[in-house]
Design a protein around this ligand. Structure first.
Ligand code: F6P
Length: 334
């Protein structure tokens, strides 16, 4: 987790910036806010914290932050700035008004910590009004194009694994099949990582179409080899009945199946060391990229280095995941 950090030369002066967190909260968001605030203050820039994401921008809920505003938050989950998903911000007239208000307060740039949806709003704000923005990827789903990692993913995977290790005890003792649903409405990065690290026999991504017959055949072949307990990791997908329905279908086929839906337990909690370092490095880099004249970009990780990627490329592009991970989970668990 030691990424190489580019040495950037400042090309512009900034007097005042604002920072917000948006979308689903993720462990490490606080560490990112702290890094933005303290790096900016160190570079002589004032920082305003926006309450509740883009909603706070619309309602003018901004407060100046100092070094002590971010004291004692590095290890805390959630986000002290609070967060939201703001439908109003989808309207161009609202974005124009927000830019005017920010400029009236002397705010020259905006740092947005969030995922793909949040970056869409930030990208439009810059495009339409010229107000410089920079994104920091923060979501447990890891589904942001242009960065290998997002803040919160590592912690969420470890939280899910803790639960899975416990469930395995019961699965083994009762010789049962457990379906464990992890978060990821449209992505399967948590499912893939947890599947490999938790020793799952089967991993079903959000868009997996593995037929029931194939799932049953995999479980049967495990039984034939003398293994009577199995774990199936299921990404939540967009059907709330996905896991209950599959559990019912497996019971009807004669398996002893039970479901465990981990839900929002994966979103909270103290960030892992990995996420704290990632958030700190990206938060500091965001400020330095702004000072180096960059705008409408996201800072992220690629091939072991901090990079900046245009938000125009990031938003709306699906981050690819190799099917090799799913095959690997199956090979290693059998
Ligand atoms: O943070 C991302 C995510 O966890 C998705 O995996 C999930 O679909 C979504 O948030 C649910 O969030 P909420 O309950 O806040 O709408």
């Amino acid at each position: 987790m030691m990424w190489s950090i580019p040495k950037l030369q400042p090309t512009r002066a900034l007097k005042r910036i604002a920072v917000l967190t948006s979308g689903g909260d993720a462990p490490g968001m606080n560490a990112a806010v702290r890094a933005v605030v303290r790096t900016a203050l160190e570079r002589g820039i004032e920082v305003f914290g926006v309450q509740k994401g883009f909603s706070g921008l619309v309602q003018g809920k901004l407060e100046p932050m100092d070094r002590s505003s971010v004291a004692n938050i590095l290890h805390r989950g959630g986000t002290i700035l609070k967060t939201d998903r703001c439908d109003e911000f989808r309207q161009p007239s609202v974005r124009r008004k927000v830019a005017e208000d920010l400029r009236a307060r002397g705010i020259e740039a905006l740092v947005v910590i969030g995922g793909d949806g949040s970056f869409t709003g930030a990208h439009l704000l810059e495009q339409e009004t010229g107000l410089p923005v920079i994104g920091i990827p923060g979501t447990i789903d890891n589904d942001v194009y242009g960065t290998d990692e997002t803040i919160g993913f590592d912690t969420a995977v470890n939280t899910a694994l803790e639960a899975i290790d416990r469930i395995r005890d019961t699965a083994t003792s009762h010789e049962r099949t457990f379906l464990i649903e992890v978060m990821g409405r449209s992505a399967g990065f948590i499912a893939a990582a947890v599947g490999i690290a938790g020793g799952a026999e089967i991993v079903l991504l959000a868009d997996s179409t593995m037929p029931l017959d194939a799932i049953c055949a995999t479980l049967k072949s495990s039984e034939e080899r003398g293994k009577f307990s199995s774990l199936i990791v299921v990404a939540e997908g967009d059907d709330p009945n996905r896991t209950p329905n599959l559990t019912k279908a497996l019971n009807e086929r004669g398996f002893q199946a039970r479901a465990a839906i981990l839900g929002h337990i994966q979103r909270g909690g103290s960030p892992s060391g990995h996420d704290r370092v990632l958030a700190s490095v990206l938060g500091a880099s965001a400020v330095d990229h702004l000072l180096a004249g960059q705008s409408n970009v996201m800072v992220g990780i690629s091939a072991g280095a901090i990079v900046s990627v245009p938000l125009a490329k990031v938003v709306g592009t699906k981050k690819p995941m190799s099917n090799d991970y799913i095959e690997l989970a199956t090979v290693l668990a059998t």
